[in-house]
Design a protein around this ligand. Structure first.
Ligand SMILES: Nc1ncnc2c1ncn2[C@@H]1O[C@H](COP(=O)(O)OP(=O)(O)OP(=O)(O)O)[C@@H](O)[C@H]1O
Ligand SMILES: [Mg+2]
Length: 594
């Protein structure tokens, strides 16, 4: 898989295809956009008129015949008005257009989010959450940036430049038009080339930046581990190393920025000087008025101001396009686990489960499950035991269809789970997973997650069945207690009981417990086992257990070793077989009596 962490500024050619993809988003608010464009045109007209007003004002002041103040003052007043209009129209335009970009960001953000939830577990195990969320963030803000600058910066600026060159040519002749054209052309060329050359440094700095970030975040996430091993010094050193790289990268970045800005300033100053010198000569000769001299200066200033942003805008647009591209790539990624076309809903009547010659591996180099066949009859309780890493939890992931099988099939009431919709399949199974991770919310919200539309009485009952009542009462905030990130403020056993309450609440016909009581003390375990037995009474259940004494009552116990079923039968039958199960049982009995 390609890493989802990367720098902001790639070197390849700009991919304008991406710009086309965001085009449709512009058409959601047609009226708004037309108004915004109208504001833009009016603002540009105002800004083009300003130098002319200035020129007339200067000429009126300079006129030896006209000594009245009224004419120049009214021109200056008009100048002030146009200046204000120019700015305020720009603000109105941004305000109007803001809605468009925000809606586009919202729609894109949501579709990426939904898409991520549709991707398979394997994708999520491979990714780095930090990198992924940066992708989405950069992608959506890239869209907004691109929309604003394409529509309101680049195109209008180019139009304005053409217009001014036309005015110069028309009013003052080819020399002025040529100098302006040359100035702009060399400015743009220099900016593009220098920006391209800089890209490597910028990328280096962005990389160093995200590296130091990752280092810091990873270290803080492992706060406890750092303390357990007294490794604060070591962590500080690592972080400082990352920061030093960043500092170094920033230095090169800054020097290259100096060259870019310096070059741009030189081009501006040189062409301004050439223009003004030419205008000064003509004014001196009398072919030009003082007003014309001022007008030319004003236009040049007006043109170069937006151009100053060009290097920045160019770089940002590059980055934005690359970021959006990455987001669209993410969107284009097809989920590995898909519903079949017209997939039926799973209908559960007896909840009989069948594993038929299941073969599975996570990666081609290592087989995990080998020809596993067993069945769970309606209402039965089947236990799976075996060494760590034997593939027990994997069986459950396959039952949930987080992965597709390499060979064989899994059926529920005769329906292959690959043929029914994933929604209906997962609705039919409630699980207490091996590692419970909670949302960073209240206890109440975490329990209710089992079935968001459950009534408060049902939630209370689930809490009672999971033996959480006493714990909840001992909390000053009760169910409103925050459980902390990933539920870390709860003890292992408490978390497990929240998971049990959730599973009970889900009221699914099939129950799966993956070491559901492994974190509980013997007394709590006994009580919960009783409760679970009551819940499981009329359900089909699959129980994975390390402590064999917890599954004595199972209808069938399957002993899994290295991905193969090596023995199966009831507790009594297995003890008679004198095989692996008997050994495991004896070891655990000795432990208990030791
Ligand atoms: N996503 C994965 N990618 C690659 N290998 C995996 C993945 N998940 C599990 N494995 C490997 O598959 C094997 C079986 O894992 P599984 O979680 O099913 O074991 P288990 O029987 O539940 O063990 P335990 O009793 O320790 O929970 C292990 O060797 C594990 O390293
Ligand atoms: Mg496991």
């Amino acid at each position: 898989m390609r890493p989802s962490h990367h720098a902001n500024h790639p070197t390849g050619p700009i991919n304008w295809q991406v710009a086309k993809k965001i085009w449709p988003y512009l058409f959601e608010f047609k009226a708004r956009i037309s108004l915004a464009v109208l504001c833009l045109i009016l603002a540009k007209l105002a800004s083009i008129s300003m130098p002319f007003l200035l020129k007339d004002a200067v000429n009126a002041l300079d006129d030896p015949i006209n000594i009245a103040l009224a004419a120049p003052i009214s021109l200056v007043l008009a100048y002030g008005l146009f200046r204000f209009l120019n700015t305020i129209l720009g603000e109105i335009r941004d305000t109007l257009f803001g809605r468009v970009t925000e809606r586009a960001m919202r729609r894109m953000g949501l579709s990426v989010f939904q898409h991520l939830h549709n991707l398979e577990l394997a994708f999520h195990l491979d990714r780095r959450t930090g990198g992924l969320s940066r992708d989405i963030e950069r992608g959506t803000s890239g869209v907004s940036f691109l929309m604003r600058f394409m529509v309101f910066n680049i195109i209008p600026t180019l139009l304005e430049i053409l217009l001014v060159i036309g005015i110069f040519f028309n009013q003052y002749g080819i020399e002025f038009a040529m100098i302006t054209f040359m100035a702009i052309a060399s400015y743009i060329a220099f900016s593009v080339i220098a920006t391209e050359k800089r890209t490597a440094f910028v990328r280096e700095a962005a990389n160093a930046d995200s590296n130091s970030n990752t280092t810091a975040i990873d270290s803080l996430l492992n706060f406890e581990t750092v303390k357990y091993f007294n490794n604060e010094q070591y962590e500080a050193k690592r972080y400082d190393q990352a920061l030093a790289d960043w500092e170094q990268a920033k230095r090169k970045n800054r020097l290259s920025l100096f060259v870019l800005n310096g070059g741009q300033a030189f081009i501006i100053a040189a062409s301004m000087t050439a223009m003004m010198a030419l205008a000064a000569i003509q004014t001196h000769d009398g072919t030009m008025t003082l007003g014309d001299f001022v007008l030319i200066n004003a236009f040049m200033m007006q043109l170069f101001l937006p151009l100053n942003f060009l290097g920045f805008v160019y770089r940002e647009i590059r980055g934005s396009l690359a970021n959006i591209e990455r987001m669209f790539e993410l969107l284009a990624r097809t989920p590995a686990i898909n519903d079949k076309e017209h997939a039926r809903e799973l209908t559960v009547s007896n909840a009989e489960i069948n594993f038929e010659q299941v073969q599975f591996n996570y990666s081609a180099d290592r087989a995990i499950l080998n020809n596993v066949s067993f069945s769970i009859k309606a209402g039965q309780k089947v236990a799976i035991v075996g060494d760590s890493g034997a593939g027990k939890s994997t069986l459950i992931k396959l039952l949930f269809r987080f992965y597709d099988l390499d060979q064989g099939g899994i059926t529920i009431d005769g329906q292959n789970i690959a043929d029914v919709s994933q929604q209906s399949l997962r609705r039919a199974i409630a699980i207490v997973p091996q590692d419970t991770v909670l949302f960073n919310a209240t206890l109440y919200e975490n329990i209710r997650y089992g079935r968001p539309d459950a009534s408060d009485t049902e939630i209370q009952n689930a809490i009672k069945s999971a033996y959480l009542e006493e714990f909840v009462q001992s909390l000053s905030k009760g169910l409103n207690t925050q459980v902390g990130e990933r539920g870390l403020k709860l003890s292992g056993g408490e978390k497990q009981r929240v998971a049990i309450a959730r599973a009970i609440l889900k009221q699914a016909p099939i129950l799966v417990f993956d070491e559901a009581t492994s974190s509980l003390d013997s007394r709590a375990e006994q009580s919960i086992l009783q409760a679970l037995k009551a819940v499981a009474a009329d359900h089909t259940s699959l129980v994975i257990a390390h402590r064999l004494s917890t599954v004595i009552d199972a209808d069938n116990i399957i002993v899994l070793s290295k991905g193969k079923i090596v023995e199966q039968g009831t507790h009594a039958e297995l003890l008679q077989q004198n095989g692996l199960f008997k050994k495991m049982w004896q070891l655990q009995q000795e432990d208990q009596h030791a």
